[in-house]
Design a protein around this ligand. Structure first.
Ligand code: CMX
Length: 442
């Protein structure tokens, strides 16, 4: 089945053509310096240190994300659309992330079919999830479900049997496709088990990734478009963010995609990363509650923001480690809201926060970026379409993020990236180098 898949054949050709570039850089230019590290970067989370490589997406601080060189609007415009929908096939987008080529209609349909063939979630996954206490966080269930399927890893099996390094990417590709095809049902199952009285809607084998997810969630059109948009927007944000970096790090030990993605999802579950989308809704709901459901004035909103900051908390959905302008993923979702829910009070509140919060954060003077990130808008859309259990929102982020991080680790193995192992130093060493004006290099 997979042997004849156009995507796999195309990927094999791309990898063969690309490998000499990485080999040449490593062998002939390995000593060329591309960055240096300061004490505050060593203490401060390696911010801005250039020591990761990916060709799948690039995040410019002022422009935002480009997938394979294309902006978000360019990506949406160029991908084949699902019939009757304004949004593209998620499957076609995965083809684009992996190869850098826009798939044609035929290639996309072939891949949609391939995903459908691989989408059956093993019953033991559901059985295991059901044994856990029902108040377990959805991200714990999601990460656990991915980890549970590790026994099926072809990469792990082929590695034990013995395979050449140049072949590593193939079972990584197979595992990744198997995982991705199953994620919509796993996510919808977790949602309905926890929040819809444990009633479930079987997958429709004729539907695409986003359409089937909406169907299994039990939410009509245009939620299928919301799903497609959401998964594409959340897919990839270059390599240094916690979920991408964790997945890459774990995979560098030649852990298979199940282990690696499960670990990446644990990173996404942090409130400074993907969990911020649930925190945004919690914050907005808190404001609405205090206002008895009425919209606050700008002055009142300013006070809510200052109260949050003065209590030592962050304003969720604002700020970014790399971006220095409004996140284009925020804008893309804002445009969706303007078209589909322009008068929704919560959307109006989100717009008002956008008007007020950057000024407050600038006055506060700490955040390097006072502008909204992807998480500031996404929960409102979910709330509008009836997904009001905001604990679940990070799982939606996770389904999308899986597309990017899995594409990345397939290429990691294809290009033979090494075990990741940065060097640590002690505080005493830092103090010594500080007193000497820097570490003597060479
Ligand atoms: N509200 C209040 N303070 C903020 C802030 C915010 N939204 N954003 C940054 N700051 C503070 C930081 O906490 C830090 O304070 P300390 O010096 O006391 O530690 C200071 O400003 C400098 O931080 P920074 O360099 O601007 O930002 P970082 O790279 O350290 O962190 C991020 C980036 C996203 C974690 C941070 O902006 C934040 O906590 N935002 C709120 C949570 C959020 O929306 N996260 C989602 C990000 C997108 C995603 O990954 O999903």
């Amino acid at each position: 089945m997979a042997e004849t898949l156009t995507l796999k054949k195309k990927l094999a050709e791309k990898i063969e053509a690309f490998r000499p570039r990485t080999t040449r850089l490593n062998k002939e230019f390995g000593n060329v310096v591309i960055d240096q590290v300061t004490i505050s970067q060593a203490i401060g989370g390696a911010r801005d240190v250039r020591c990761l490589v990916t060709d799948i997406s690039y995040l410019d601080p002022h422009e935002g994300i480009r997938f394979r060189g294309k902006t978000i609007p360019e990506t949406f415009a160029a991908l084949p659309k699902v019939p009757g929908s304004d949004y593209p096939y998620v499957e076609g987008f995965f083809h684009f992330l992996l190869t850098g080529d826009m798939p044609g209609k035929g290639e996309t349909e072939e891949l949609v079919h391939e995903f459908q063939n691989r989408s059956q979630v093993p019953q033991y996954v559901f059985d295991a999830l059901r044994t856990l206490p029902r108040d377990t966080h959805p991200m714990t269930l999601f990460s656990a479900a991915i980890m549970l399927m590790q026994r099926e890893s072809l990469f792990a099996q082929r590695y034990t049997e013995g395979m050449k390094k140049t072949e590593y990417w193939e079972p990584m590709f197979e595992d990744s496709l198997n995982i991705l095809a199953r994620l919509p049902q796993i996510a919808a199952y977790i949602y309905r088990m926890k929040y819809r009285s444990d009633t479930h809607i079987p997958p429709d084998p004729k539907l695409d990734f986003g359409g089937n997810f909406a169907h299994m969630m039990g939410i009509p059109h245009p939620y299928d478009d919301v799903a497609r948009m959401y998964f594409v927007l959340h897919s990839d944000h270059e390599s240094g963010n916690v979920s991408a970096h964790t997945t890459h790090l774990v995979a560098s030990a030649l852990s298979d995609p199940y282990y690696s993605l499960s670990a990446g999802m644990a990173g996404l579950a942090g409130p400074l990363h993907g969990l911020a989308n649930q925190e945004v809704l919690r914050w907005i709901q808190d404001v609405m509650k205090k206002m008895d459901g009425k919209l606050p004035s700008e002055e009142q909103l300013k006070k809510f923001l200052w109260d949050t900051l003065k209590s030592g908390q962050v304003v969720p959905g604002y700020g970014h480690a790399v971006l220095r302008k409004t996140d284009p993923r925020y804008i893309s979702q804002m445009e969706f809201c303007q078209k589909n829910l322009p008068d929704y009070p919560m959307f109006k509140l989100v717009n008002m926060i956008y008007k007020v919060a950057p000024g407050v954060l600038q006055e506060h003077g700490k955040a390097k970026n006072p502008w909204p990130n992807v998480d500031a808008q996404s929960g409102v859309i979910q709330w509008y379409y009836g997904v009001r259990e905001y604990d679940f929102y990070t799982v939606l982020f996770g389904v999308g993020r899986a597309l990017g991080v899995l594409a990345n680790i397939i290429w990691d193995r294809a290009l033979g990236y090494a075990l990741e192992r940065p060097k640590s130093v002690t505080t005493e060493m830092l103090e010594k180098w500080a007193s000497e004006g820097g570490r003597k290099l060479g």
